[in-house]
Design a protein around this ligand. Structure first.
Ligand code: NDP
Length: 244
């Protein structure tokens, strides 16, 4: 491994932004460790990355299970000897009006988008403290800054990710832990597939017409990671130019 090469673990790497980030960072020479539930996708991605000369490995991961996230981080360390960056990317977006009372989907949104990020911090922070430094890249959304109808719970989850990220940053004044919040606008991925509400699903089709390729968000993540140790890129909002 060269000096500039980092060990980067990515949650939710089986599609969309996580997958694009894995490809981008591996192409940049980093060693990536990939987690998600669909291991067939991770296996194919790992193979693809190796085919073009990159370094990748994977493990099944459910971010709603804190012990599983701990084991995921431990496996990354075992594989590569350290963990420099954790990209807390796994997320779901089952939009619906609150009146629809989709309580199970509210719970899942909080479990994956909020608890998942906290589980990542709980697993990786002690490792990074022990090795003298590290970097969290937490994926929020433009929904971390503004709320719209059908997205109350999703936006709440992303406001939470933003708050947690800023708190973590403030608790690391010794400069050893960097925290970057990346907030994408609409981006091509499978995220809208988690919408079961027919009205919210239809509305998304128009909204998503100007979507960015996931590689645009991956490049923003790569930019934050590539900065010198004393530079912490705290917040990046990446929107399609054509967004309102
Ligand atoms: P995708 O649906 O393509 O990717 C979501 C990823 O999360 C998948 O790899 C999925 O893998 C994983 N995931 C879901 N639940 C779990 C779980 N319990 N444990 C582990 N992994 C899980 O969507 P995106 O790429 O768009 O989403 C990535 C992030 O970007 C999310 O946090 C999302 O909120 C955010 N975002 C996306 C935007 C967009 O327009 N696309 C805009 C703003 C933010 P698997 O199902 O295999 O477990």
């Amino acid at each position: 491994m060269t000096n500039a090469a980092k060990v980067v673990a990515i949650t939710g790497a089986s599609s969309g932004i996580g997958e694009a980030t894995a490809r981008q960072l591996a192409a940049d020479g980093h060693h990536v460790f990939l987690g998600a539930r669909r291991t067939d996708r991770l296996e194919a991605l790992t193979r693809d990355i190796a085919t073009v000369g990159g370094c990748a490995a994977f493990r099944r991961l459910d971010v709603t299970d804190s012990a599983d996230v701990r084991e995921f981080v431990a496996a990354a360390r075992e594989r590569y000897g350290r963990l420099d960056v954790l990209v807390n990317n796994a997320g779901v977006m089952p939009l619906s009006p609150l009146d629809a009372l989709k309580v199970d989907e509210w719970d899942r949104t909080i479990d994956v988008n909020v608890r998942g990020v906290l589980h990542g911090i709980a697993a990786a922070l002690p490792v990074m403290r022990a090795q003298g430094g590290g970097h969290f890249v937490n994926i929020a959304s433009v929904g971390a800054y503004e709320v719209c109808a059908t997205a109350a719970v999703y936006c709440a989850s992303k406001f939470a990710v933003r708050a947690i990220s800023e708190g973590l940053r403030q608790e690391s004044p010794d400069g050893s832990i960097r925290v970057t919040l990346v907030s994408p606008g609409v981006t091509e991925s499978e995220l809208a597939d988690t919408i079961s509400d027919p009205v919210a699903r239809e509305a998304m089709k128009t909204y998503r017409a100007v979507a960015l390729p996931a590689s645009a968000v991956a490049r923003a993540i790569a930019y934050a990671i590539s900065q010198p140790a004393q530079v912490d890129v705290n917040e990046l909002v990446v929107r399609p130019t054509a967004s309102a």
